[in-house]
Design a protein around this ligand. Structure first.
Ligand code: WT7
Length: 649
């Protein structure tokens, strides 16, 4: 935390877009930005109506915004079909032959889908889902590798008004089960497997394990990808290629109310199980579209590549919905960035002449470590714009990205946002905003971001506080699925009508935002959110564990590493094997990203006299090896001394 603040206080490097970039950009001066920003805040109706009108509506809205905190409705009474906007609209405009998705599998297989071909596939999938009884409003869980069918499945759901919930392919069977039960899904779309670092991830097997304990799914569509042996349950499971072979590529799309739920995406909170963030149609699409247009400055001739997985919000907004709503050409890649080696991304950028590249700081740090020889081996001159997302980017990583990947020529858009915000909220506009390593710079149109103190007063320049959003925005979450109370408590209880982000931040004298990190018990591991409570509950579910406390430790590549402290049940001996088993156990319960880097067995955990675990001390201990903060409430200091020895050894 303090490191970031110091960086910013000493960070005086500032970069402006080249004249070449600026002259072609949609927004090419700060005056233009300021003017549009002012309008977006003072007359959101006017601003957002103009943007939303670039999309296709079958019925115009009566009112742009109906805001009854914490409930917002956007484009009230308007009707549209999200999938038609992302696909059919472009075909109808004579752009059917344009490449929509250029895909490369990890083993090197390739496929290009034009907008017309994408339309055929989406229509077929929509027909298949309907033939299997999937209806508007039903929930469909999608558990897929990064293949075009992942986006096709999402769009097919959108097309028929079903609500998809994509679960990242790295999550476990148990995580699938939790989500199936929470959203009461009635159908699943998955694949036999996906390729990752040369091995097959057995996706269907995980789905099967989850479905053994959940009877609500009546249909499971399986895409053949890896050709590994899988079980097909008669009556329930169908092969996509068999269904697609006989399905019609014509499907008449109905229009849906702007507020029709589009998807549920689960994300970690500071307590309890992951929450199902609910997004709706018209506002969400407008947000994804508008940010692609202005922040990525996407153009007809661009080849855009976002390296996220569709299992995260970045994949939803900046692989599936935003770029396709823009009619862009995008590259999609199935596998790992380091397969067969760390040159993969750079080879692909050269091969496909990628012009806009969007990735995460954790990936950049891994590339730095792998060495400059990899990017130097390829011609990256097609790139014109770079983006980053997921966590604060450290200045060293920023400078490397800027120089080694961008050739000192490409603006970097550091995009701050969240699963809940649906679209980018704070980021530079690449044609005008002066950029600096480590700051996501200025709020996007319509975003009234403020930094407040505990009393709800705005803090001064360079003073830290809580990042909050004052006004509703089109792509904001519409709720936590099935839990309005948690929605209210998590996001709206701090100050009336103001959205609580959960991040700490400061704003410098030029108005740039510097994100410090989460203020709650949520970790950011490789740009992914992980609740310490989730990992703790996975640990105590193990038969040997009595109590667990999980904290984050700064990590060179991942941003944060997961460190767990556990006390064992009576008579259980702490061994290196057990610690290893506990790590794997967490991997099995949640998924590999949640595996603790270290597990320390300890006879006791540091607690207050009233019995609360003092995670703050553990956090400091793993970060620095010392404990300097206030320890007067600690019940027994020898606990800390013992842990110190353990950590050092
Ligand atoms: C949290 C949201 C938004 C897609 C990826 C993560 C952190 C995100 C940045 C950034 C500093 C960032 C915040 C935020 N974060 N982007 N550019 N600079 N921090 O989505 O899993 O919903 O996590 O990620 O802490 O609250 P998410």
């Amino acid at each position: 935390m303090s490191q970031n603040i110091e960086n910013h206080l000493i960070e005086d490097r500032e970069f402006l877009p080249s004249e070449e970039f600026r002259s072609k950009a949609r927004i090419s001066s700060m005056e233009q930005y300021n003017e549009m920003y002012k309008e977006s805040i003072e007359q959101p109706d006017v601003f957002w109506a103009r943007e939303a009108n670039e999309l296709q509506w079958s019925k115009p809205w009566d009112e742009v915004l109906d805001w009854q905190p914490p409930n917002a409705k956007w484009f009230v009474g308007g009707e549209l079909n999200v999938a038609e906007n992302c696909v059919d609209r472009h075909v109808a405009a004579g752009r059917g032959d344009k490449a929509a998705i250029i895909w490369e599998g990890e083993p090197g297989d390739k496929l290009t889908l034009s907008y017309k071909q994408l339309q055929d596939e989406v229509c077929k999938m929509a027909n298949v889902l309907e033939s299997r009884g999937v209806e508007k409003g039903q929930r469909v869980l999608i558990y897929m590798p990064m293949i075009p069918e992942a986006s096709i499945a999402m769009l097919a759901c959108a097309r028929i008004g079903a609500i998809h919930s994509v679960v990242f392919g790295g999550f476990s069977a148990e995580s699938i089960l939790d989500r199936l039960e929470d959203c009461k899904a009635e159908a699943v779309i998955t694949a036999d497997g996906g390729w990752r670092r040369g091995s097959i991830v057995p996706l269907k097997a995980s789905v099967d394990a989850a479905l053994e304990k959940y009877a609500g799914v009546k249909t499971c569509v399986v895409v053949k990808r890896t050709e590994n042996e899988i079980d097909m349950v008669a009556g329930r499971d169908v092969w996509w290629h068999e269904m697609a072979a006989v399905a019609s590529n014509e499907h008449e799309a109905k229009s849906f109310d702007s507020e029709t739920p589009l998807f549920i995406l689960y994300t970690s909170g500071s307590t309890g199980k992951p929450k199902g963030i609910l997004h709706s149609s018209g506002g969400y699409l407008t947000g994804a579209y508008t940010t692609c247009k202005y922040i990525f400055d996407m153009r007809e001739e661009d080849v855009y590549w976002c390296t996220a997985d569709v299992g995260w919000i970045t994949g939803h907004s900046y692989i599936t919905y935003g770029p396709l709503a823009m009619g862009a050409t995008q590259l999609m890649y199935e596998g790992a960035p380091n397969f067969p080696d760390f040159g993969r991304f750079w080879q692909m950028i050269e091969a496909y002449k990628v012009s806009i590249f969007y990735t995460a700081p954790t990936a950049i740090r891994a590339f730095i470590k792998a060495g400059d020889a990899f990017p130097e081996a390829n011609d990256l001159s097609s790139l014109r714009l770079l983006g980053t997302v997921g966590e604060p980017i450290n200045p060293e990583a920023w400078m490397w990205y800027y120089n080694k990947i961008g050739g000192g020529r490409c603006p970097i858009v550091d995009t701050w946002w969240q699963t809940e915000t649906g679209a980018i909220m704070i980021a530079p506009l690449p044609g005008c905003t002066p950029i600096k390593p480590g700051t996501c710079t200025q709020p996007f149109f319509g975003v009234e971001a403020v930094i407040l103190d505990e009393e709800g007063e705005e803090v001064g320049a360079n003073e830290g506080g809580r990042l909050m959003i004052r006004k509703p925005w089109p792509s904001m979450l519409r709720g936590i699925y099935g839990d309005p109370q948690r929605f209210q408590e998590t996001y709206w209880n701090d100050f009336e009508g103001i959205y609580t982000v959960g991040d700490g931040a400061r704003r410098d004298e030029k108005g740039n935002f510097w994100i410090v990190g989460r203020l709650d018990d949520v970790l950011n591991v490789s740009g992914h959110r992980l609740g310490t409570a989730e990992v703790e509950s996975a640990l105590v579910a193990h038969p040997t564990v009595a109590e667990a406390a999980v904290v984050g430790r700064p990590h060179e590549i991942k941003g944060q590493a997961v460190v767990a402290f556990v006390t064992l049940k009576q008579g259980i001996e702490a061994t290196a094997e057990l610690e290893k088993e506990l790590r794997n156990h967490v991997g099995q319960v949640i998924g590999a990203i949640a595996k603790p880097d270290e597990v320390y067995c300890t006879p006791v955990l540091p607690k207050t006299r009233s019995g609360k675990i003092m995670r703050r001390l553990l956090k400091e201990l793993v970060a620095t090896g010392e404990v300097t903060g206030n320890v007067t409430t600690l019940e027994d200091f020898t606990v800390i001394e013992d842990l110190q020895k353990k950590i050092k050894s």
